[in-house]
Design a protein around this ligand. Sequence first.
Ligand SMILES: [Zn+2]
Length: 467
Amino acid sequence: MLIYNSLTEKKEILKKPFFRKLKLFVCGPTVYDSPHIGNLRTFMSFDIIVRYLRSRGFKVFYLQNITDVDDKIIARAEQEKTSWKNISERYEKEFIENNTLLNIGMVDRYARATDHIPAIISQVTTLIKKGYAYRIDGDGWYFDLSKFPDYGKLAHRTIAQAEDGVSRIDTSRNKKNTGDFCLWKFSSSENKKYEPSWDAPFGSGRPGWHIEDTAITESFFGIQYDIHGGGVDLKFPHHEAEIAQQESASGKKPFVKLWMHVGFLQVNGQKMSKSLGNFVTVHDILSKLSPDEFRLLILQHHYRAAFNFSDDAVSFTKTNFRQIVDFLAQLALVAEKGSGKNEDVLRAEITKFEVSFHKAMEDDFNTPEALAALHTLMNAAYNDLYSLSPRVAQKTREVCISSLKNLGFKDILPAIPEKVSELVAERELSRIHKQFTHADALRNDVRALGYEVEDTPLGPFVRKSIK
Ligand SMILES: [Zn+2]
């Protein structure tokens, strides 16, 4: 199993650890709004990655945080004149519901920042004691980047460039270095109503963004672990800050062995932003694509590659998904009614598919290549599909279904409603008795129910119409 490591900028071999699970942490959502396609690409990609690892015998402990304390949450609470907790609970609920809908189900443990305040306080205390943090009166505690020369090793940047990554609550004119980031923000007097606050020996307030993750991972995994994932936009400064915090607090390197980053996402060739009004939310996606079609769209791109969400990509995916579903349904028809006798046809192609599929997935989860292997097998089978032996058709079908299920598809075998099947059977009888007008009328009835009939050498093949 080869995985590209952003830290070393090389593909590295992932070994199965003995007697323990692989420890994987992926940055979760900030629950202040509905998830957008950028978040979903990351969560779906890691769902696929973990599914595949588990299907190959890797034992994985997959941990994800939920940022439920953040300036964006406070701002939204103030806007709606409600509590920060109402906002975070509403969007956490939506996040969990969407995951269920999209079959994103590999996470073992979701960890809320606010459930880990004692761990956060203890990490900040250590950083203060060891001299890595300094206090700005009336503001908070900051990490001093001049004390951590390794800063920038993940994003391959220098401290001098650090200022372009300043975000969220990290702005203060009194900082020692422009890139210094906030570990703990003191409670303000004017905004008290909407912002959360916890008592701490170094002053009451709330945690900075980066410290949540390292406190949570230290609680579950200890001071070092195997894999950290997230969107590439989080590499700097968020992930750099995590490295700085944890390696300074523990004195141990590396904090994380392997860093995985999901590529940039664009919408119609543009960066997605609120100001451009091109934000694609989970609602927008699900109005265009089924959960399985969205999964296929994600799989069509390598997880590290840039991804452009466009109408063309949507319609290409819909066609591609339909081809796969039709193929499986047609194989089922051949398995049931076929009369081919040659058991050797397609044997070599099936083996080739299985080898190529795993070779692609084991090469840093090359999902486009894995899908290409499936299409190669489909093309070979279509050479003479209706002459395949039932046993070969069944075997081909099983191999494809098992590979697709390992990638997380759940609705690739749609059932035909009973009413439709009855109409199709009646139409078939009419055709046999050469009552073609009646047969055509029945075909229209089937169409009115949203299905199509295609006549094949093995009888009628039924599928859902394209909307
Ligand atoms: Zn994070």
